[in-house]
Design a protein around this ligand. Structure first.
Ligand code: ZN
Length: 146
């Protein structure tokens, strides 16, 4: 899914639980669960050559920027000082951060290979903007439950 979806989910989970010991594993698990849902994201089309790496990097940076602004918007300005909100968002995004060198630079440190292979098993992307719909539902639910 988009960084916006993973970041908001990780932040939301962290906002509900008192300790990184509780929200860390759940935020990480949420990433794999969300990627399992057929979706569209900035990496869709990279493996088939329908999207260039440069376009994906550009869109990925914009996606991360929107995620940052959305977290700030959802949890207010004091969230900038809330370490746990941002840590939850980071953990929610971690599998994509670890896979980024492989996807965008075609470079994968060997130590990351098992993690990335595990991540790929869950990933179901669809080459259509219909894949935004489950994420739109997710953003709405988080907005009203936060
Ligand atoms: Zn992912």
């Amino acid at each position: 899914m988009l960084s916006l979806s993973h970041g908001l989910t990780g932040a939301f989970i962290a906002a509900q639980l008192p300790s990184p010991i509780l929200y860390g594993p759940l935020a990480l698990a949420s990433h794999y669960l969300e990627d399992w849902i057929p979706h569209w994201d900035v990496g869709t089309g990279l493996s088939t050559g329908k999207r260039t790496r440069l376009a994906a990097i550009f869109m990925g940076i914009i996606d991360l920027g929107i995620a940052f602004l959305a977290i700030k918007f959802f949890w207010g300005s004091p969230a900038l000082a809330n370490f746990h909100i941002w840590l939850g968002a980071f953990v929610g995004l971690l599998p994509d951060f670890l896979e980024a060198p492989k996807n965008f630079l075609h470079w994968e440190p060997k130590v990351l290979n098992p993690t990335n292979k595990f991540h790929e098993k869950f990933h179901h992307s669809i080459p259509s903007f219909i894949g935004i719909v489950p994420q739109l539902i997710l953003w709405t639910v988080i907005f009203f439950l936060k």
